[in-house]
Design a protein around this ligand. Sequence first.
Ligand code: ZN
Length: 414
Amino acid sequence: MRLLVLFFLVMSVLSVNTFGQRNCGSLEYQKKFAQHETYSTSKSPITDNIAARDTLSDETINIPVVIHVLYNLNEQNISDAQILSQINILNEDYNRLNADATNTPSAFQKYAGKCNIHFCVAKVDPQGRQTKGIVRKYTSKVCFSMNDNMKFANAGGDDAWDSKRYLNIWVCNLQSNVLGYSSLPNDRAELDGVVIQYNAFGNTGSLRPQFNKGRTATHEIGHWMGLLHIWGDNTCGNDYVDDTPPQTYYNGNCPSFPHKSQCSINNNGDMFMNFMDYTNDECMNIFTNGQKNKMRKLFALNGPRNSFLLSNVCDSSNANNIAGPSSNEAANKPVQSVTIFPNPSSSTINMIPVNGYDLNNNTVHILDATGKVLINQKIFSSNRSINISSLKSGLYFLKIGSGSDQKMIKLIKN
Ligand SMILES: [Zn+2]
């Protein structure tokens, strides 16, 4: 009986952590991988040729964004619509325009902050050329870890654009179920930005069900602007924000209000719907005024993100007349195809994908020399073999895919 209880306990932890729980890598990244820049005290970390100024009271802060889409499989090459849906979500969440702001419990409504931070997709690239602000690149990397390879072209990723003027967002396939991670404001310039899992980005396209409202990027960009997790990454820890109540640890899934934990200071309990907790996308809806002030401080004079006040790369009239490289670098993509092995064969052939060709769920047809279909078989990643022992010896054709994607391979049956 005790064993059975233990089994269910382990399974319930596994099912939360492995399959459903939000997993932000920012803390682990900061501990293991991040490299900090050291600024001399006499020099502010601002591009020297930009005249610095202070923020005006509650002025709108504009943050130009460049999105680096790195894909190995076609499904990872997310659409412009999916990218733009994410930018819209950021503009809602950071300005208290999210429709679900009404879901903030009334006890917490008075703390809600409208950050006056606006995100725009860059219209001018670092060379001054016109751009769509989206770079698409095929990568041979099946997945990326938090070692920052996605931030370097020579490691299968794409180099950061000037992080004094652009927020770099890399969208790619992250390993270990990590949904995203962020650098902190004092990390090295070429590492500065956020990384988001491709199927937890935006609110349209093929997305993980719990993370389909774009809140992963809202959360990670909160880190990029200096916010800590609401539980302070410690038991009843400190997030250095006055109006977020202390809570014992992170919350997952969707608790209902009030949700008290051991260090709750009153009956309102945890602010589990805060963007810096670990709840599901549909349950998050608030930044507080304290979080707003902490983020906006970074843009003030001598703050590490002050240079953004004078970044004008979202205004296409600042571009020269030269069109930058097309956002779609698919031309660099190696041709995806299929081979079969062995060929000739007397009994079984195996389908071998080349350069990431996605065989899963594809139907293969085997035709004779007159075009008559003799075998139809669906291919799964778990089983890519086809039994051809029923065919007579001779020449056949194996057909897979359709339209311009169609492949025809000669097959000899011994
Ligand atoms: Zn986080």
